[in-house]
Design a protein around this ligand. Sequence first.
Ligand code: FES
Length: 286
Amino acid sequence: MIALLMAATLSAAGFIVVYAIDRIGSQTQLLGLALALCLVFLAAALTIVGQRLVVTEDNEEDYPPPGHPEAQQDLVQIVEESGSRITRKRLLTAAGGTAATALGAAIVTPALSLGPWLDTSSLKHSPWRRGLRLIGSDGLPLFADHVAVGTFYTAFPEHANRDDLASSVVVVRLPTADLRLPAERRAWAPQGILAYSKICTHAGCAIALYRKPTFAPEQPRPALVCPCHYSTFDPARGGKVLFGPAGRPLPQLPLTIGNDGIVRAAGDFSGPVGPSWSSVRRGRAT
Ligand code: FES
């Protein structure tokens, strides 16, 4: 039974180790295997406890009076002295407690993925700076003349790490007469070209859908849509949430068009990029 409890402890520890190694292959399957093994070993140990150690019969007759009182005294002394040593019961209790603690630690470990609790500054980092050219997913600069109405583009800042959470933006073009941007952002969409963070403000999926009706009357309006839970954002109104669980607009990137005709950033995003966390609440960060 102690071996089973130790195996459960090792399985739970394995879960924590696999969780900590971020880039391990088949991580999800290994996590499931480790947790399943831990629970199986624990179940087996508890089954043995139930069958062998739990008293299931009542003794209906009193014990006879001791025939050798001095022998009984010796027995009492042995039992008392054994309390100061490692007994089987203590070993079992320690092994059971260790296994339960390891399982508890494995269960709460995924909570670490809720995000950094003390230093959240890395979540606010953005590679976008004024003057940076937008580079398309084909690796070429994005020319304003090539951005067509009704199409959806993905772009990145030049020379930046594309894996950075705040790197990717979606670029769309709308007729300038349709724009309803906040007053302070009127200059952010030259020739009707708009850029928004590609990371959904609900739970961080990539905005991968563009709703662009092609029939008359053109209702509903063009919208950026997240495929995970269908949060829908209005590019004409500064990324405002039209539908879905997202609690705040998509951060907008101000744009400008250089003399060479290439679309460039005119500054940083209008707000924090990525899913909402404790310090970014509805209405406080747009
Ligand atoms: S992650 Fe986009 S709607 Fe949930």
